[in-house]
Ligand binder design. Structure first.
Ligand code: FAD
Length: 300
């Protein structure tokens, strides 16, 4: 089956939810995935009703199996390298050079993190996380590090984290801060460390302290970070998808991009973190609109 109704690139929360909706709508779907979902580094997923505490691996397997139960949905474990618009659809080429054609495409490839200090990656998913709603409860009342560089991010994450722990220290990794801007935090005794981080200490992914370049060691049992989120694929550029000045893909709010037949869902749309539930909802919504477009076309 090399010519289908819809090709979905990405079998995470958004792509699998879309595949389920499309399969139930009797569309022929190819779901491509290369196992680079960013939550693969952690052991438990939280805050998704009916699935609280489930492992991300089991969640993904179950999500894909739900969609693959429908006979018109097939999965291909491969990396998509390029997408090109052709007359009446899109052509998708894998890293191995295989070519597939579909009338419509859904890009659901998620995002990846870039950290200001590379050692954060060693602890990410075990004792350092990005989303307090996902993992704050498990680190409640612990001495926590807040890794954030600019004032809006520092204020946002630190204020939010105060719901789970009163013992917070902010690390800007060498970036100076406007003292007036962070006064709401310092006035409440929250320390802002602007010295560069020399190294993180801990074992088996469990953080024990943050060492600064001036030699000071600050005991911490975990932390939260504001990474830079990036798209790891070139599809937006290849297809000339319209973006705004924040590098978000512009859609109609239902996943339709400026290129006819090219739809987008999940974290890759806004190049920002969300959650399994929000990404699933986006996939469900985008797929529903694709099905409506297909039906409308039939009567035009
Ligand atoms: C450490 C950590 C903990 C988290 N904990 C939680 C939690 O407890 N609760 C919660 O709700 N959320 C949690 N999240 C966030 C959650 O993982 C994301 O919000 C969600 O996975 C986003 O879904 P998505 O479909 O946009 O992207 P993803 O789930 O990342 O899926 C993208 C998929 O696209 C595939 N892909 C990418 N490029 C290609 C390509 N070129 N070809 C083929 N396939 C490709 C990848 O293999 C991947 O499977 C956590 C994230 C992290 C990093």
């Amino acid at each position: 089956m090399k010519n289908v109704d819809v090709i979905i690139i990405g079998g995470g929360a958004s792509g699998s939810a879309a595949a389920l909706t499309l399969g139930r709508s009797r569309q022929h779907v190819l779901l491509f995935d290369n196992d680079t979902n960013r939550n693969r580094v952690t052991r438990e997923s939280h805050n998704f009703i009916t699935r609280d505490g489930m492992s991300p691996i089991a969640f993904r397997e179950r999500a894909q199996l739900d969609a693959l139960a429908y006979p018109t949905v097939k999965k291909i474990s491969a990396t998509v390298a390029s997408i090109a618009k052709i007359g009446g659809g899109c052509e998708v080429t894998t890293g191995e050079g295989e070519v597939f054609v579909a009338k419509r495409i859904l890009i659901a490839t998620g995002v990846q993190e870039v950290f200001s200090h590379e050692q954060i990656r060693t602890y990410y998913g075990t004792s350092i996380f990005g989303c307090p709603f996902c993992d704050g409860y498990e680190l409640r009342d612990q001495p926590l590090a807040v890794f954030a560089e600019d004032e809006p991010a520092i204020l946002h994450l630190t204020k939010l984290l105060s719901n789970w722990s009163a013992d917070l220290v902010v690390f800007t990794n060498g970036k100076p801060v406007d003292k007036e801007a962070v006064k709401p935090l310092t006035e409440q005794g929250i320390s802002i460390q602007t010295n560069p981080i020399s190294q993180l200490h801990g074992e088996n992914g469990k953080l024990s302290s943050v060492e600064l370049l001036n030699g000071e060691q600050v005991l911490r049992r975990g932390g939260f970070v504001v990474p830079e989120y990036v798209r790891a694929d070139p599809f937006a550029e290849q297809l000339q998808l319209e973006k705004n000045d924040r590098d978000e893909i512009i859609t109609d709010g239902f996943g339709r991009t400026n290129v006819l037949g090219v739809h987008i869902a999940g974290e890759t749309e806004k190049k920002a973190s969300s959650s399994l539930l929000m990404a699933s909802t986006a996939g469900n919504m985008a797929a529903s609109m694709m099905v409506m477009d297909i039906a409308n076309e039939r009567f035009s």
